[in-house]
Design a protein around this ligand. Structure first.
Ligand code: PEP
Ligand code: MN
Length: 347
């Protein structure tokens, strides 16, 4: 059916096979024995109870006759009890010393873009003082308009890294082009793939080769399956450290910048082992809506949040309307506490 990389041993794969046949049949048990000699382990998930196919008129190739004629379909009986589908075991991903997907709910915050030394320094100070544990800030910005501020590039990367060091905060920043992955990985603790790049396969494949966690944002119009397939591009390359980020999707609604798909959080938890965080800022597009969406995400079981905050929002060069002020971030932490605690987690 498919092959999946093994979480802890790069280049080893688990193959899922579904075949027509029955464990009772010597040809099937013989084939399974053959397979066993070629693989490290073989697990039989189950075998459907065989039905009397002739009686159901499903198959006229093997009419059931009385007697023990070779090839006749034996009576229906369960052979192996089907095993209920497993809930995927949870994967924790470390960003510097911070674990995402574990017991602790992780708050990441910072400005949309690194705009200068003082701005990112003050932003980092604010983030630290509110108790957030990872600093965000874009150096390479994928802007919808080519005339908008494009970020400070390498200089911004350097400034972000220095601000993170100064306040002992791991940093996350976006990478746009495959050829920048190595330089960004050298400075940042986590690499972000933005919504506009979720299906940039050359970028995803390059990210599969580095030993850095990747924050993979959901594409503006991507289904959950497409998003998980994009994550698989990174993992198939051997880098299992992927964190998903729901950041709102495009719908007919225009009252918000995007529509936050809160249901993505529990759906992702059903389907895969990856941690999922939520970015309420890009979904909301307005400061006043960020807190309610952030709280909803926490209540839905997200492993953390990434929010935009600016030391002086009025001066922001990018995503000004959605930037929280310091006191908003402090209030968010206060409101999150009881929600996170009620779910058995810590902040
Ligand atoms: C960002 O995080 O600043 C950003 C550009 O986000 P997105 O890719 O979700 O639009
Ligand atoms: Mn932004």
């Amino acid at each position: 059916i498919e092959s999946r990389p093994q979480p802890d041993s790069p280049w080893e794969y688990r193959f899922y096979i579904d075949l027509e046949g029955n464990l009772d049949q010597p040809v099937v048990s013989g084939a399974l024995e053959d397979v066993r000699s070629h693989v490290r382990s073989l697990r039989i998930l189950g075998c459907y109870p065989r039905r009397d196919r002739a009686a159901e008129n499903l198959d006229t190739r093997e009419p059931v006759e009385s007697g023990d004629r070779e090839g006749a379909v034996p009576e229906a009986r369960p052979v192996v009890k089907p095993i209920p589908p497993e809930v995927p075991s949870r994967r924790e991903v470390k960003v510097g010393p911070v674990v995402i997907g574990g017991e602790r709910f992780v708050l990441m915050a910072g400005p949309c873009a690194v705009e200068g030394r003082q701005q990112i320094h003050d932003g980092a100070e604010l983030v630290k003082s509110c108790g957030a544990s990872i600093l965000r800030g874009g150096a390479f910005k994928p802007r919808t308009s080519p005339y908008s501020f494009q970020g400070l590039g390498r200089e911004g990367l350097e400034l972000l890294a220095r601000a993170g060091e100064a306040f002992d905060l791991p940093v996350v920043t976006e990478v746009i082009r495959p050829e920048d992955v190595d330089i960004v990985a050298a400075q940042a603790d986590m690499l972000q793939v933005g919504a506009r790049n979720m299906q940039n396969y050359a970028l995803l494949m390059k990210l599969g080769t580095v030993d850095r966690p990747v924050l993979l944002k959901r594409g503006l119009s991507a289904t959950i399956d497409e998003w998980l397939a994009a994550a698989e591009y990174i993992r198939a390359g051997g880098n299992m450290q992927v964190i998903l980020c729901e950041r709102g999707i495009r719908t007919f609604e225009t009252a918000t910048r995007s529509t936050l798909d809160v249901s993505a959080v529990p759906v992702v938890k059903q389907r895969c082992d990856l941690p999922i965080v939520v970015d309420p800022s890009h979904a909301a597009g307005q400061r006043e809506l960020v807190l309610p969406l952030a709280l909803a995400a926490a209540a839905a079981g997200a492993d953390g949040l990434i929010v935009e905050v600016h030391p002086r929002p009025d001066e922001a060069l990018c995503d000004k309307q959605q930037a929280l002020e310091g006191e908003d971030l402090a209030r968010l932490v206060e409101l999150l506490e009881p929600i996170v605690t009620s779910l058995g987690r810590t902040l």
